[in-house]
Ligand binder design. Structure first.
Ligand code: 8X3
Length: 249
């Protein structure tokens, strides 16, 4: 891989928003480095894209993240996308191990990747960090539990980093999606129960798609260097808040 092509690292690039973002960044001319735990998936996607490569990576494994960062000759953009929800139980009965797992990936995963790549992002002279938080990082809802808590953590990382890096050549962009219908988000949350997962989107005319969010990310990072899109909250028209969704059925 040549070092003269702007390089974007995407975590959680094996499916959903991460995969869609990798595709759109490749189309926008970036050399895209896809990372995820599922190596086969990212290798297949990377093979379809120009200037792309795949690195198996679990962002909760700090040593692995550091080793990965050491392999890169440059990094201009980091898309902190890896994350997800586990369970929808109320706080009273939520499983602490789910909460721990969500904190690990949604908060520490962002911390690990950002810390490891920040020197390269700064050295690029025009770095961009994107944190994919969620509307769950900006408000609560019943059953949101550990996911809401973790995504608030991701939001706080973005906000704090922007303050701490003020004056450095690195932009911090937070994108907070609402209801996005992807193949895996709700199914993972409900531990493979596709009926429960389908109910999340039942009667909603047009939930957002992974491509809608990838498009938002690509737009935000392609603004001129002096323009920092601090925070974009993106919901489908049918969703007015975390708890108000228009359903036709
Ligand atoms: C996904 C949005 O409403 O499922 O991050 O928490 S929600």
């Amino acid at each position: 891989m040549t070092a003269d092509v702007p390089t974007a690292v995407v975590t959680g690039a094996s499916s959903g928003i991460g995969a869609a973002t990798a595709r759109q960044l490749a189309a926008a001319g970036y050399r895209v480095v896809l990372t995820a735990r599922r190596k086969d998936r990212i290798e297949t996607l990377a093979a379809e894209l120009p200037h792309a490569e795949a690195h198996a990576l679990d962002v909760t494994d700090r040593a692995a993240v550091d080793a990965f960062a050491a392999t890169l000759d440059r990094c201009d953009v980091l898309i902190n996308n890896a994350g997800g929800a586990l369970g929808a139980e109320p706080v009273a009965t939520g499983d602490p191990s789910d909460w721990r797992a969500m904190y690990e990936v949604n908060v520490l995963g962002v911390l690990h990747a950002t810390q490891a790549l920040l020197p390269a992002l700064t050295a690029s002279g025009d770095g961009t960090v994107v944190v994919l938080s969620s509307t769950a990082g900006h408000g609560t809802y019943e059953g949101g539990g550990g996911y809401v808590a973790a995504k608030h953590g991701a939001h706080v990382i973005a906000e704090t980093l922007r303050l701490e890096l003020c004056g450095e050549p690195v932009r911090i962009i937070e994108v907070a999606p609402g209801m996005v219908k992807t193949d895996e988000f709700a199914t993972t949350r409900f531990r493979g129960d596709k009926t429960k997962a389908a109910k999340v989107y039942e009667g909603v005319a047009e939930p957002l798609t992974a491509d809608d969010i990838a498009d938002t990310i690509t737009w935000a990072i392609s603004r001129p260097s002096h323009v920092n899109i601090d925070l974009l909250v993106v919901r489908p028209r049918a969703q007015a808040s975390n708890t108000k969704v228009h359903r036709t059925t």
